[in-house]
Design a protein around this ligand. Structure first.
Ligand SMILES: [Zn+2]
Ligand SMILES: [Zn+2]
Length: 745
C-alpha cells in the first residue's frame, strides 16, 4: 500500500485544478439565471490598483469565494463580480514617483493582482473584470454626474483646499506633512478657497435611516457603520424670534430646552447671513469658513467659535446670544441648536469661552437639574451626515463634464458628447495642474453659444466613481459602453444578494445606497423599489499582526505570496477563514496556518489511504451486523455536521463551518478506532460507510479549500468534470444497513 502513496503537494495540485476550472469555464456567470434558479450576485470589495494583494484582500475574497462556491453547489445562478477602483491619488502618486503613465501603471498593477487572485483559486468571473479608469466605465461616471446635476443633487460651492505656492498645485490632505508643509517641496502650505463640486445626500437621509432598520441580511458591523454615518439625534425643535428674524432651533435635550442660555449656529446654516450684521463679524465668519475647520477636532474646548452679537428671545425667557461654530455640524449637521450648559458638557465648554454667556459649573454628582420643557416644541430629528465634495485638482480621475463659458457660465457637456476623454499620455509631475496645461483638452467651444470656452480641469474624486462600482459586473463587458444602467441583466442580478467588504467601507456603502435611490427616482433603478443596492451585507474587520496594523515601517507585513509559496492557497484560505469570525479583527499568527496545513495534510493522507485499502477488504454479514449501530452513529454525526455547516456557511460564519468540518473529520477517525477496537478490523460495510463520510466531508470542504477537496473527490473515484464536486448534500447519504454492502460491486 505504501508504494506510491501520493503526498500532499499543493504546488502540484493547485495549478492543475485551476487549469481544469478555467477549461471547464466553471466560474463564468451563467448567461441568464434559468427559471426557478435563485440569482446570487456576490460583490467583493474593489481594491485600489496598488499592485499587491494584502491579507485584508485575502480575507475579503476568501469569504466571498467560499460563499459563491457554496451557492453554486446549491444550484443557484452565481455571479462573483470583481473590478478595480483604478482612478485616484495612490495611482497618481505612484506614477509621479516612477515617471510613468498612470494608465500603464494601473494596468500593470491590475494584471499582477489578478494573477495573485487566480493563484489563490478565487472563482471570480474574470471575463467581467473592469477598471474604473476604463472609458466604458468613466463615461458613466460622467453621465451620473450630469444626471445628479440635473436632479439638483450636485452643486458648486467654494471650499477650502490646501495649496502650495511653489508647486502651484492643490494638495490632498495626505500630501500635507505634519506641521503644514508640502510633501514635495517642504515649503509652507496655505489654505485657499476655490469652487468645488458637492454631492447633496440630504434628500435621502431619512429614507436611508428608515431602511437601515429593515436590512435583514446585514451583519451588525455593517449596520453599525450606517447608523454611525447617519448620526441621528432625536429631540425637539422650536421657533425663536430675534434681531435676524425667525430661527428654528433644535435640541436633543427635550426636557431642558427652557434652560437654554445661547444658540449655536452652523457656519453652513442656510440663514446664517441674516444673523451677521457688523463687518468685523462677517470677517470672522469668512475666516472660519476658510480656516480648514473640517480638519479640526470635534473638541468643544478648541473648536472655532465666535459671537455674532445678535440675540434671540429664549424659550424660558431672557435673551440668548447667537454664537457660530462648526461644532454644530459635527454633532447635528448644518443646523441651529440650543446651547444648554446645564445638561450638556460640550455646551458647557463653549459657554466658558463666550463672554456673553454666563459660565456654568457642572451640577453636583447625583444632583439632577429640574426639567424645563417648552410647550411649543415639536418632535424633531437631525442627521450629522452631510454633503461632501466630489471634485479634486488631480489629473488621474474622471474628467468633470462641464465647460466654463464667459457668457453662459458652467455648461454641462451634452450627453451625446460623452465621454469627455482623459488624455492617456498625461504624465503627472506633482507640479501645476497637468490637465490645465493641455490646450487639446482645455480649449473647446461652448455647447450653448459656440464661443471659445474652457473645460473644467478638476476631476471627480474616486469616491464618486465608487458610487456605482457595484454595477458593471452585472453587465456583460461588451454592453457596458452603451447600456451600463439599462441592460436587461441588471434586473437578474440587482440588488446584489451579498456585499462582502471591509469594516471601513461604511461611507462608500452609504453613498451607494443614496445614489441607488436617486436612480430609482430617475427611472433607471425603478425595479429596486426600496432603493437598496445590497440585499445582504457582510462587513469584516481587518487583518493585523502582533496586535498592530501591518505596515512596512513596523516590519510586520504578512505577504500572501510567500504564504502561498510555502503552504499552498488552500492552507492560506482555510487559515484566514478559520482564525477569526468576520466581525473580529484577525490577529495573524503562524499558528492558524500550521493548523490549517496540518488538517489538510492529514485529511489528504487519511482519505487516500482509505480509498486505497477498500478493494482489499472482505465483507462478512455477521461482522457488519455487529457494527451497524456504529455506522448509524456515524451517519448521525455526518447529518448533524452537515446541518450546522450548511447553516453557518449560509450566514457567512465560515470560521464555524471550518471548526465543524475539522470536528467531523475527528469523528470519522473515531468511528474507525471504535470499530477496530471492537472487531480488530473494518468490515467492507464499515469502510464503505466511512468513505461515504469522507466524500461528504470533501464536498463541504470544497467552498473553503477547493483544490484539496476536488483532488480528494477525484481520488475517491469520481470522474473529473463540471459535476466533480456535485450538488451540496441535502443530507448525509451514509450506507448503514446490511443490504447496502451487498449491493456494492
Ligand atoms: Zn510644494
Ligand atoms: Zn456660451
Amino acid at each position: 500500500m505504501s508504494g506510491n502513496k501520493p503526498t500532499y503537494d499543493p504546488a502540484r495540485i493547485e495549478p492543475q485544478r485551476q487549469e481544469a476550472w478555467e477549461q471547464r469555464g466553471d466560474y463564468s456567470a451563467p448567461p441568464r439565471p434559468e427559471p426557478g434558479q435563485t440569482p446570487i450576485y456576490v460583490k467583493a470589495s474593489s481594491p485600489f490598483t496598488s499592485g499587491n494583494l494584502h491579507m485584508g484582500h485575502v480575507r475579503d475574497y476568501s469569504l466571498g469565494d467560499a460563499y459563491a462556491r457554496f451557492h453554486r453547489a446549491r444550484g443557484d445562478a452565481v455571479l462573483l463580480g470583481f473590478g478595480f477602483d483604478a482612478f485616484g491619488l495612490p495611482a497618481e502618486l505612484a506614477a509621479i514617483e516612477r515617471q510613468v503613465l498612470p494608465s500603464d501603471w494601473v494596468r500593470q498593477c491590475g494584471d499582477r493582482m489578478l494573477a495573485q487572485m487566480k493563484r489563490l483559486g478565487y472563482s471570480f468571473d474574470y471575463d467581467r473584470v473592469f477598471y474604473s479608469s476604463d472609458e466604458s466605465f468613466y463615461r458613466w461616471s460622467q453621465w451620473l454626474f450630469l444626471t445628479l446635476l440635473e436632479m439638483d443633487m450636485i452643486y458648486s460651492e467654494d471650499a477650502t483646499v490646501d495649496w502650495c505656492d511653489t508647486c502651484q498645485t492643490t494638495l490632498a490632505t495626505i500630501q500635507v506633512e505634519e506641521g503644514g508643509t508640502c510633501w514635495r517641496c517642504h515649503n509652507e502650505v496655505r489654505l485657499i478657497r476655490r469652487p468645488t463640486w458637492f454631492l447633496r445626500i440630504t434628500p435621502y437621509l431619512e429614507e436611508n435611516d428608515e431602511n437601515t432598520g429593515k436590512l435583514a441580511n446585514w451583519n451588525e458591523l455593517a449596520l453599525a457603520t450606517q447608523h454611525y454615518i447617519l448620526g441621528r439625534s432625536e429631540g425637539v425643535e422650536l421657533e425663536l424670534e430675534g434681531s435676524g428674524g425667525k430661527l428654528t432651533v433644535f435640541t436633543p435635550h427635550r426636557e431642558f430646552a427652557g434652560h437654554a442660555s445661547f444658540v449655536l449656529l452652523s457656519p453652513r446654516h442656510p440663514e446664517v447671513d441674516a444673523w451677521i450684521a457688523a463687518d468685523e463679524v462677517r470677517e470672522q465668519l469668512e475666516q472660519m469658513r476658510s480656516g480648514g475647520w473640517e480638519r479640526s477636532a470635534r473638541d468643544a474646548s478648541a473648536v472655532p467659535l465666535f459671537d455674532t452679537g445678535a440675540t434671540l428671545a429664549g424659550p424660558g425667557g431672557g435673551e440668548l446670544p447667537v454664537l457660530v461654530s462648526p461644532l454644530v455640524d459635527a454633532r447635528f449637521g448644518p443646523t441651529a441648536a440650543l446651547g444648554i450648559p446645564l445638561v450638556d458638557e460640550a455646551d458647557r465648554d463653549l459657554a466658558a469661552r463666550a463672554e456673553r454667556v454666563a459660565s456654568f459649573e457642572a451640577a453636583e454628582e447625583g444632583e439632577a437639574p429640574a426639567p424645563a420643557p417648552v410647550v411649543a416644541a415639536g418632535e424633531a430629528k437631525r442627521y450629522r451626515a452631510n454633503d461632501f465634495s466630489i471634485s479634486r485638482q488631480r489629473s488621474w480621475g474622471t474628467p468633470i463634464p462641464i465647460i466654463h463659458c464667459e457668457s453662459c457660465g458652467a455648461v454641462p457637456v451634452p450627453v451625446e458628447d460623452l465621454p469627455v476623454e482623459l488624455p492617456r499620455d498625461l504624465v503627472p509631475s506633482g507640479e501645476g495642474n497637468p490637465l490645465a496645461e493641455r490646450p487639446d483638452f482645455v480649449d473647446v467651444a461652448c455647447p450653448k453659444c459656440g464661443e471659445p470656452a474652457r473645460r473644467e480641469t478638476d476631476t471627480l474624486d474616486c469616491h464618486f466613481d465608487a458610487l456605482f462600482l457595484w454595477v458593471p459586473a452585472a453587465v456583460p463587458p461588451e454592453a457596458r459602453a452603451e447600456q451600463m444602467f439599462t441592460h436587461e441583466e441588471l434586473r437578474d442580478w440587482l440588488p446584489a444578494e451579498r456585499l462582502v467588504a471591509g469594516g471601513d467601507s461604511g461611507g462608500f456603502v452609504f453613498d451607494q445606497r443614496t445614489v441607488t435611490k436617486a436612480l430609482r427616482d430617475h427611472g433607471e433603478f425603478a425595479f429596486m423599489e426600496n432603493g437598496e443596492p445590497f440585499a445582504g451585507c457582510l462587513f469584516h474587520e481587518m487583518v493585523i499582526a502582533d496586535g498592530r496594523k501591518m505596515s512596512k515601517h513596523l516590519g510586520n507585513v504578512v505577504d500572501p505570496d510567500e504564504l502561498v509559496a510555502e503552504y499552498g492557497a488552500d492552507t492560506v484560505r482555510l487559515a484566514v477563514l478559520y482564525a477569526a469570525g468576520p466581525a473580529k479583527t484577525l490577529n495573524w499568527s503562524d499558528g492558524a496556518v500550521r493548523f490549517a496545513n496540518r488538517f489538510l495534510r492529514n485529511l489528504w493522507t487519511y482519505s487516500h489511504d482509505r480509498f486505497a485499502q477498500l478493494p482489499d477488504l472482505a465483507h462478512d454479514p455477521e461482522a457488519a451486523a455487529d457494527t451497524e449501530h456504529m455506522r448509524d452513529r456515524l451517519r448521525k454525526w455526518c447529518d448533524n455536521g452537515l446541518e450546522r455547516i450548511t447553516a453557518d456557511t449560509a450566514e457567512l460564519q465560515m470560521h464555524k463551518s471550518i471548526r465543524n468540518i475539522t470536528r467531523l473529520f475527528e469523528r470519522i477517525q473515531d468511528f474507525e478506532k471504535r470499530v477496530v477496537k471492537r472487531r480488530g478490523q473494518l468490515d467492507r460495510a464499515d469502510a464503505e460507510a466511512q468513505i461515504a463520510a469522507l466524500v461528504l466531508l470533501a464536498q463541504v470542504l470544497a467552498p473553503f479549500a477547493p483544490h484539496t477537496a476536488e483532488e480528494i473527490l477525484l481520488a475517491s473515484g469520481r470522474p473529473d468534470g463540471a459535476d466533480l464536486v456535485g450538488s451540496w448534500p441535502e443530507r448525509a447519504e451514509i450506507p448503514v444497513g446490511e443490504d447496502s454492502a451487498a449491493a456494492a460491486p
